[in-house]
Design a binder for this molecule. Structure first.
Ligand code: G6P
Ligand code: MG
Length: 218
């Protein structure tokens, strides 16, 4: 039986994926690299430095910066991102998520957060959801980012559950792969193309219904 739900944050619980995109797009533009939404799909779920490395490779600039310069670029992106998320309020919880959380609570199913973002706890606080989440995986403690299953395995461990007792919810291609490799039932939010490897997918969060997910996961 399913006893835990492991949620990604950006693009699942709130639309902060859009703020990551804006901040990366602006940073890249300053380097003469133009990002579009198709390329951005590859950045979702990916850590800050890995994202920068992918952008530099995309712009054929991988060899142009040393480690210290890359740290400064990543910091610059984060400074803009942190500014953007100051405005986040509970009104920014994506449609259907509050209902889903309430249904999970009522069903006695525990909730974990598995976000690669070091800004995750701040956003959860701003959304007023901190008390509803049972455990948060600290991305700073991970050896490998998504699509490695480590963050989802860690979430199951922190919930004291087996991966097979958990459902993972993601909007990133790398995230769906991580959930699948962890041995959890994967639920995707996004386009059919981006979510092609998900066990079940919906196009928007308001379609996430606990009864339907449990029916499909069992
Ligand atoms: C999540 C987002 C990514 C972001 C990463 C790191 O996985 O989907 O877009 O790059 O977190 O976020 P951070 O806030 O630590 O830079
Ligand atoms: Mg995401």
């Amino acid at each position: 039986a399913i006893k835990g739900f492991v949620f990604d944050l950006d693009g699942v619980i709130t639309d902060s994926a859009e703020y990551h995109y804006i901040a990366w797009k602006n940073l890249a533009a300053g380097l003469g690299i133009e990002l579009d939404r198709a390329f951005n799909e590859q950045l979702k779920g990916i850590s800050r430095m890995d994202s920068l490395n992918r952008i530099l490779a995309y712009g054929n600039q991988s060899d142009m910066y040393d480690a210290a310069q890359k740290e400064a670029l990543a910091q610059k992106k984060n400074d803009e991102y942190v500014k953007l998320i100051q405005q986040v309020t509970p009104a920014d919880i994506l449609p259907g998520i509050s209902e889903l959380f309430a249904d999970l609570k009522a069903a006695g199913i525990r909730i974990a957060l598995a976000s690669a973002s070091k800004n995750g706890p701040f956003i959860l606080e701003r959304l007023g959801l901190m008390a509803q989440v049972d455990t948060i995986v600290d991305p700073a403690e991970l050896a490998n980012g998504k699509p490695d299953p480590e963050i989802f395995l860690k979430a199951a461990e922190q919930l004291n559950l087996a991966p097979a007792e958990c459902v993972g919810v993601e909007d990133a291609e790398a995230g769906i792969e991580a959930i699948n490799r962890a041995g959890m039932f994967s639920v995707g939010v996004g386009t059919k193309e981006a979510m092609k490897d998900a066990d079940y997918y919906v196009t928007s969060t308001q379609e996430l219904k606990l009864s339907e997910i449990l029916r499909r996961a069992s």
